[in-house]
Design a protein around this ligand. Structure first.
Ligand code: GLU
Length: 460
C-alpha cells in the first residue's frame, strides 16, 4: 500500500457519465464514496464525465444532479467539474505523452480491430474510417494493485496492446481524462463498481507515464437480481428519480442502499446518514454480488413512513379521497393509509385498483354478507344498537378513539365478531377492510349513520 496516500487527507469522487438517469447501483457507488470520505474526515467530490458527446445529454445531467441532491449526498466541491470543459488540460497532457514518446500518432485505415478501451470507448459508426488515432505505448508490464475489498490483483497489461487514448490530438478520450482528473482533484481513493476493475490496469499505466501518484482502489460488488442474474429493469434497475416518483423516502433509499454489499456486523438495520457516516467500513464490504430485494427496500421504507407519522401521509392523498372531508376525517384517513402502505405511491395504486371504492361511493354488497360466518346472534339488532350508540357521539369529536369508546363495550358484551363484523360490512361492503371505528371516523358521522341504516333496512 502507498504510505504517502495514507497520511494525506482522504478525497473520494463520484464521476457519473450523463448517458442515462442515475440508477440505484450508481447511487450506491456515490453513497459508499460519500460515507468513506465522511468517516475519515475527508472530502467527497463530484464531476461529470461527459466526454462521450453522442450519448451525454443535458436531461441526464439534470437527473443525476437532482437525484443526488434528493438523496442528500452533498458533494464538497462547490462547482461541478465537467470533462467537456477541460479538453485543453487533457490535450496538454496528451501532447506531453506524445512529445516524450510515451504515446504516438498511429495511422490507421480501419478501426474495426480496435481493442476494447473501456466502458466509454469511442463508438465507430459502420463504415467510418479514421486516418489517425493516438495510441498509448504500452510498456507491456505486469501491474499489481491492492484492491481494498478484493485484495491483491495482478494483471499482465501486454494483452491490452497499444490502446487508444485519443481520437486525435484534439480529442482525448475517457481513460486519459479520468487519470488526469483524478490526479488534479488529488483523489486518494477510487471506489467504483466491479465493472471498473478491467479499466484499472490501463489507467495505472497512463498514471505512471504521466508521473501521477496512484490512488487506492476499491471495487464494489455488483448488484444482482434475486435470481443472481444481472439487475434488469424488471428487478429494480430503474432510476432513483423513479423511486422518488413512487413515493419513497430518500433516507430509506439511502439506508437500503447502504446495506447492499455492506453491513456493520450487528443486527441493526435502520441507520441515519449520520450514523452510517460513523459506522461505515470499506473493510466490511463483501466481495460477492449483492442481491437487490425490492420487498426489503419497501419494508425499510415502511419503517421510515411509520417514523414520519400519519401527518406526513396527508399531502400524498389524492384529492378524490379528501374532497368533502373534514380535518378529522382526513386525519383518520391518513392514519388508516399509514397502516397499509409501504411507499406513499401505494395510495394511488390501491385507489386505481378500486381498493378505496367505499370511500367514494356507498358500498354495494349482498345482505347475506352482513352475517358473520361464526355468528351466534342476528346482526340486525346489533346494527340498530351500534347505530344509536354512534348517533349519541358529537359530530365534532367523531374520532377513532371516541367511536371505539362508545361502541366497543357493547361489542365486548355481545360478542366482538357478532357486532363488529356486520358494522364493518355495512360501512365498507367488503370482507376485508379497516376496522369499523376507523371506517366510521373517516366517513364522518352522517355517512356512518346512513350506511348503518341502509344495512338495517336490508335486513328488514
Ligand atoms: N464515468 C464512469 C461511469 O459512469 C466512472 C467510472 C469511475 O468511477 O472511474 O461508470
Amino acid at each position: 500500500m502507498n504510505q504517502e496516500i495514507e497520511s494525506k487527507k482522504i478525497i473520494t469522487r463520484f464521476p457519473p457519465s450523463p448517458t442515462g438517469k442515475l440508477q440505484l447501483g450508481n447511487a450506491r457507488t456515490a453513497l459508499f464514496n460519500y460515507l468513506f470520505a465522511k468517516k475519515n474526515g475527508g472530502s467527497f467530490l463530484f464531476r461529470l464525465e461527459d466526454t462521450d458527446k453522442e450519448r451525454s445529454k443535458k436531461e441526464y445531467e439534470t437527473d443525476v444532479i437532482e437525484s443526488l441532491a434528493w438523496l442528500g449526498l452533498r458533494h464538497d466541491n462547490r462547482e461541478i467539474q465537467k470533462q467537456s470543459e477541460r479538453v485543453e488540460i487533457y490535450k496538454a497532457q496528451l501532447k506531453r505523452l506524445v512529445d516524450q514518446g510515451l504515446a504516438y500518432i498511429s495511422k490507421e485505415t480501419e478501426l474495426s480491430q480496435e481493442p476494447a478501451s473501456g466502458f466509454q470507448s469511442p463508438k465507430k459508426k459502420d463504415g467510418e474510417r479514421r486516418e489517425e488515432v493516438i495510441r498509448f505505448k504500452n510498456p507491456n508490464k505486469v501491474i499489481t494493485f491492492t484492491d481494498l475489498i478484493r485484495g491483491e490483483i495482478t494483471f499482465d497489461t501486454t494483452e491490452l496492446g497499444d490502446f487508444v487514448i485519443a481520437k486525435s490530438m484534439d480529442e482525448p478520450i475517457y481513460h486519459l481524462a479520468v487519470v488526469i482528473d483524478d490526479a488534479e482533484m488529488d483523489i486518494t481513493h477510487v471506489i467504483r463498481g466491479e465493472d471498473g476493475i478491467s479499466n484499472t490496469p490501463r489507467q495505472i499505466l497512463i498514471q505512471e507515464a504521466l508521473g501521477f501518484p496512484r490512488p487506492l482502489y476499491a471495487h464494489l460488488p455488483l448488484i444482482l437480481a434475486p435470481d443472481r442474474t444481472k439487475l434488469s429493469k424488471r428487478h429494480g434497475a430503474i432510476p432513483v428519480s423513479e423511486y422518488r416518483a413512487q413515493g419513497y423516502i430518500p433516507e430509506a433509499v439511502l439506508n437500503y442502499l447502504a446495506l447492499l454489499g455492506w453491513n456493520p456486523g450487528t443486527e441493526q438495520e435502520l441507520f441515519s446518514l449520520e450514523e452510517l457516516s460513523r459506522l461505515f467500513d470499506l473493510g466490511k464490504v463483501q466481495k460477492g454480488g449483492a442481491v437487490f430485494d425490492e420487498e426489503k427496500m419497501r419494508s425499510v421504507n415502511k419503517e421510515y413512513l411509520k417514523k414520519a407519522g400519519a401527518a406526513s401521509v396527508i399531502p400524498h392523498i389524492p384529492s378524490e379521497l379528501t374532497a368533502g372531508r373534514s380535518v378529522s376525517q382526513v386525519q383518520a384517513l391518513a392514519g388508516m393509509l399509514l397502516e397499509r402502505i409501504s411507499v406513499y405511491g401505494d395510495i394511488k395504486t390501491e385507489l386505481t385498483a378500486g381498493e378505496y371504492e367505499y370511500l367514494l361511493n356507498d358500498p354495494i354488497y349482498a345482505k347475506e354478507m352482513l352475517k358473520w360466518k361464526k355468528a351466534k346472534s342476528e346482526p340486525k339488532e346489533h346494527l340498530e344498537n351500534v347505530c344509536s350508540l354512534v348517533e349519541k357521539i358529537s359530530p365534532d369529536t367523531f374520532t377513532v378513539s371516541d367511536i371505539k369508546e362508545a361502541v366497543f363495550p357493547y361489542a365486548e358484551a355481545k360478542g366482538k365478531g357478532d357486532v363488529l363484523w356486520p358494522t364493518r360490512v355495512a360501512l365498507s361492503g367488503k370482507e376485508q377492510s379497516p376496522d369499523p371505528f376507523t371506517l366510521s371516523a373517516l366517513l364522518g358521522k352522517e355517512a356512518t349513520v346512513k350506511r348503518l341504516r341502509t344495512a338495517i333496512n336490508m335486513l328488514e
